[in-house]
Design a protein around this ligand. Structure first.
Ligand code: PLP
Length: 346
C-alpha cells in the first residue's frame, strides 16, 4: 500500500455493517474491567487509531504524547545517569534546552555539525544516544541519515526528529534509525490547532518502554487532540504536495530578491529560511509588514507563518536577520505578492 493510501485508510477498525467510518473520539478516563485498556493514562481507543496509522507510515510502533517535547523528553529520559547524548548543534532549540537540563541528572551532551557525516560518526562512537534532526529547525541543515546510521551501527540508540520531513518524505527507521520522533503539532496535525507528539520505534520493546514512561510520568495526549491529528494525517500527502510546490517557488524568487542575502532551502519540504539584508531590524520590519502571511511562531499549518528566529532566547546562534517561512496552502501568487511587498517596503 502506498503511504498516501495508508494515511487515509488505516486506524478505522474492522468496518462491520453499521460501524462508523471514522475512529471516534473517546472521552473516557476509565474502562470496564477485563479489557486491554484499563485507564486513560494507559491507553485510549482514539490514541490507538492515530498510533496504528502513524506507526504504519513510519514503519514501526508509535506512541503518542502530549506534545513533541513530551515525546523527546520521554526518549531522552531512557538515558541513565553518566550517559552521553550527541546531538546537532542546529537542533530545535527546545531540544537543546532539554539537553542542557539533563546535565542536572548526570547526562552529558555534545553538539556536532550533523552535515559532517565523518565528524558525527566520530562523536557518536562512545555516545548512548545519537540524536539527529533533518532538516534542522530553523537552519535547514540536512544530515545524511543513512550514512551516519551505517557508520555507527551497533553503537548508540539513533533517534531522528522527523518533524520537517514527515514519513511522506523521509522514513528514518528504513534508513537505520531506532526511533523517529515528531512534533505532530506541525505537519502531521497540520492545522495549528493542537499540541501533540509521537515517537515511532523500530523495536516493539522500546515502544513498550515509552508507553510505560507515558503512563507513569503522565504526559498523555488528550483524545480530542489525537482525533484532530488523525484527521490531519488523512490529508497530509496532498497538503505536503501543495505546500512543497509553493515553497519551491518562494525559495526561487527569494533567491533573486535584492533584499535577500541568503536562502536556506534543501530543495524540498515546506519550510524556507532566508536572511534579509539589514539584520534584526530589517527582518522584524518584514515580519511586521506582511498582511496575508501570519507573523507568529510554529510551522506546518494550512496558513503560512513567518518569524525571526533570533528573537528567542536560545536562538542566539541563528543569524539575526534570519526569517523562517512555513509555507501553507494559500495560492502561491498571493503569498509572493505579500512577501515581496513586505521585503520591498511597499
Ligand atoms: C516544534 C518542534 C518540536 C517541539 O514540539 P512541540 O509539539 O511544540 O512540543 C520539536 N522538534 C521540532 C523540529 C519542532 O519543530
Amino acid at each position: 500500500m502506498h503511504r498516501e493510501t495508508a494515511a487515509v485508510t488505516l486506524g478505522r477498525g474492522p468496518g462491520a455493517p453499521g460501524d462508523p467510518v471514522n475512529a471516534g473520539v473517546t472521552f473516557s478516563s476509565t474502562f470496564h474491567a477485563g479489557g486491554d485498556i484499563v485507564y486513560g493514562r494507559n491507553s485510549n481507543p482514539t490514541w490507538e487509531a492515530f498510533e496504528d496509522t502513524v506507526g504504519a507510515l513510519e514503519g514501526g510502533s508509535a506512541v503518542s504524547f502530549a506534545s513533541g517535547m513530551a515525546a523527546i523528553d520521554a526518549i531522552l529520559d531512557l538515558v541513565d545517569s553518566g550517559g552521553m547524548v550527541v546531538a546537532p548543534a542546529g537542533a530545535y532549540y527546545g531540544t537543546r534546552r532539554l539537553l542542557g537540563a539533563l546535565g542536572r541528572r548526570g547526562v552529558a551532551h555534545q553538539l556536532v555539525d550533523v552535515t559532517d557525516t565523518a565528524a558525527t560518526v566520530d562523536a557518536a562512537r562512545n555516545a548512548d544516544v545519537l540524536w539527529l534532526e533533518s532538516p534542522t529547525n530553523p537552519m535547514m541543515e540536512v544530515c545524511d541519515i543513512a550514512a551516519v546510521c551505517g557508520g555507527v551501527s551497533g553503537g548508540p540508540l539513533i533517534v531522528v526528529d522527523n518533524t520537517f520531513a514527515t514519513p511522506m518524505r523521509q522514513r528514518p527507521l528504513e534508513l537505520g534509525a531506532d526511533v523517529s520522533v515528531h512534533s505532530a503539532t506541525k505537519l502531521l496535525a497540520g492545522h495549528s490547532d493542537v499540541l501533540l507528539g509521537v515517537a515511532v520505534c523500530a523495536d516493539a520493546a522500546r515502544a513498550d518502554a515509552l508507553r510505560e514512561h507515558r503512563n507513569v510520568h503522565g504526559a498523555v495526549p488528550g483524545p480530542m487532540e489525537v482525533f484532530l491529528a488523525l484527521r490531519g494525517v488523512r490529508t497530509l500527502a496532498v497538503r505536503l504536495d501543495r505546500s512543497e510546490a509553493s515553497a519551491r517557488v518562494m525559495a526561487e524568487r527569494l533567491e533573486g530578491h535584492v533584499a535577500v542575502e541568503r536562502v536556506r532551502y534543501p530543495g524540498w519540504g515546506t519550510v524556507v529560511s532566508f536572511e534579509v539584508a539589514g539584520g534584526a531590524t530589517a527582518a522584524e520590519a518584514v515580519c511586521d509588514a506582511v498582511c496575508l502571511v501570519v507573523h507568529g511562531t510554529s510551522l506546518g499549518g494550512v496558513e503560512s507563518l513567518i518569524e525571526r528566529r533570533n528573537r528567542w532566547t536560545g536562538e542566539e546562534d541563528t543569524p539575526e536577520g534570519l526569517i523562517r517561512l512555513s509555507v501553507g496552502l494559500e495560492h502561491v501568487e498571493d503569498l509572493w505578492a505579500d512577501l515581496d511587498a513586505a521585503l520591498s517596503g511597499r
